[in-house]
Design a binder for this molecule. Structure first.
Ligand SMILES: Nc1ncnc2c1ncn2[C@@H]1O[C@H](COP(=O)(O)OP(=O)(O)OP(=O)(O)O)[C@@H](O)[C@H]1O
Ligand SMILES: [Mg+2]
Length: 200
């Protein structure tokens, strides 16, 4: 709870405050003579460094949440942040019924993060649904959006294409012997589904 609160504060409120300071500085710059503006630039550079530092800290806290609380709470936190930033509705459902091996938790977290980022960047959806499902010998995870969709087969075959995201998802799954399935077609939204086998 404490880590969550701190990460929230860093990420949202401090970033919001810094944005307000930038706006105030812009207004100030307009009223200042040219000679003074370069000194204002120095202040801006310092602010940018603070911002970078805060981002680094809140990113450091995020894996801590994953370690401390597990996959679903960490995904809930991720989803809340994205929803707040973008205004989209992002829903997280399901349970892992206890903790998963750390390598599996980390891989699934990063995969959902990439799929969610893709949905926000490329799909223009109204709603994104993240589902986690624990089975006897596997864990399944899906990210579904109701956006524009794309030709997934072509995008996957097209290595060295525009992005590294989907390739990265595959690479995270390989050492875990996991599988990836993308169901999408133009106009019908996208569902990225991964399954990772569990020992025992
Ligand atoms: N949810 C989605 N809806 C619509 N199009 C998508 C979706 N996910 C991926 N795509 C399409 O597939 C392409 C490849 O995705 P990928 O994540 O590999 O790269 P990227 O997002 O463009 O770049 P990167 O992830 O490296 O920043 C995207 O450029 C986009 O055209
Ligand atoms: Mg991407």
């Amino acid at each position: 709870e404490e880590a969550k609160r701190i990460a929230h504060t860093l990420h949202d409120e401090a970033a919001q405050l810094l944005a307000s300071v930038h706006i105030a500085l812009d207004a100030l710059a307009r009223d200042l003579p040219q000679s003074m503006r370069s000194r204002l630039e120095e202040v801006r550079d310092l602010l940018d460094r603070i911002e970078g530092e805060l981002r680094r800290l809140s990113h450091e806290l995020r894996p801590t949440m994953l370690d401390d609380l597990g996959l679903v709470p960490a995904l809930q936190f991720l989803a809340e942040g994205v929803a707040k930033r973008t205004g989209l509705s992002v829903e997280v459902r399901g349970s892992t019924h206890g903790r998963l091996p750390p390598a599996v938790e980390t891989a699934l977290y990063r995969i959902v993060q990439e799929a969610l980022t893709n949905a926000v960047r490329h799909a223009h959806p109204a709603h994104v649904k993240i589902q986690v499902q624990r089975e006897a010998r596997a864990v399944r995870c899906s990210v579904a959006d109701d956006g524009v969709g794309f030709d997934a087969a072509t995008a996957l075959a097209h290595r060295g294409g525009p992005g590294l995201g989907l390739v990265g998802i595959r690479e995270r799954l390989d050492p875990l012997r996991g599988s990836l399935q993308i169901t999408s077609s133009p106009g019908c939204g996208t569902r990225v589904h991964v399954a990772v086998p569990l020992e025992g």
